[in-house]
Design a protein around this ligand. Sequence first.
Ligand SMILES: [Zn+2]
Length: 382
Amino acid sequence: MSLPQLPAPHHTWRFPVTALPKNNISKGESFEDIWDIMAWSSQQLLLGTMPRHGHDGQPFAEAWRNKHAGREIAHRCILAELRADWKCLAEVFGLPHWGAKTGICMRCSADLTNYKDFSENAPWMLERYGHWDFLQRQLNEARLISTIFRCPFFSTTCFKMDWLHIMDLGCAQDCLGNLFWYVLPRLGNNQKVQVATLFLEIKKFYRENSIQDCIGKLTLGMIKKPDKSKPKMNLRAAETRAMIPFAWKIADKMLDPQDVFESSIRWVIKYLVDCYDCLSALKWERNYFRECCFAFLRQYSVLETMADEGKWVMKPKFHMLAEIALKGDKPSDNWVYRYRDEEAGGTMARVAHAKGGPVNQWSISFRALNKFSAEFSVPHFD
Ligand SMILES: [Zn+2]
């Protein structure tokens, strides 16, 4: 949990709330129990008074809680944003999954039959879901309505889909992987030579442009995993971003603008570069960003129809790019947060790591929170 409105330097803190071993998670129950307590805490934080009853409405057993009951809390707080990747949003909060037959998105009616339609009149563009529409749909389909929605003012708009997971680690990597997979055969007589030649080109690009986030090696498996049919570059997020201008360089150099298929790839890469260009503070303009994202999506959708089976496949994640574009939040505003979140996740995994002893909810949570407060000088608020 982070409290970004705290005065510096506390605004960057990530506070663990609890920790539990994955094997002990009961699907649809463990997290719901935790959100129940979170919601109760959020309600009290908004009211500004210490609670008189437990989250279950029962009197407190602990004497210290009864002593503090009704006292004023110096701070007010609400849960304003919740950031997670799609897998977590689906598994933990019951939001639609990318393979769900009845709909893949909480903000619209997009499903597996129509999500590749990016025209202005696409069914999902015309049928948008607000918070209550979404909850009604969950009810109609007998799906989970997470207890997190009991947090005051918490609505579906508080779930943030982020550029890092959707683009840097998703669509952009699909795009790069497909491009490199397509040009490889032209770079040598065998795959080893082809990959080595491509890596030399990348290193030359790094040198000429003083790139910081460089890859130290390139293997065929980084472009397409041997057991997968769909290419996807395996890079860190920052490495992906640094690779985008190179993608245009190689596409411009190697693809024939007179050939219909290759021209289509060139446009996809060009629009991808445009999308990333929009993110800089100086160039940010919401409507232009939206135009660039939709140009990229439409072109990719066309390219898929021309491509071989399994290549240039438009996965449901591309729909989430459309949602980011429609929302119009500047993605780079969340980068710093996102990287801190990832870093905090790593720190928590380390402090919760058990070398021995019991592994259960209580022991792991107790150990993680104690070790965290022992290792870091946690600010104290009165
Ligand atoms: Zn949608």
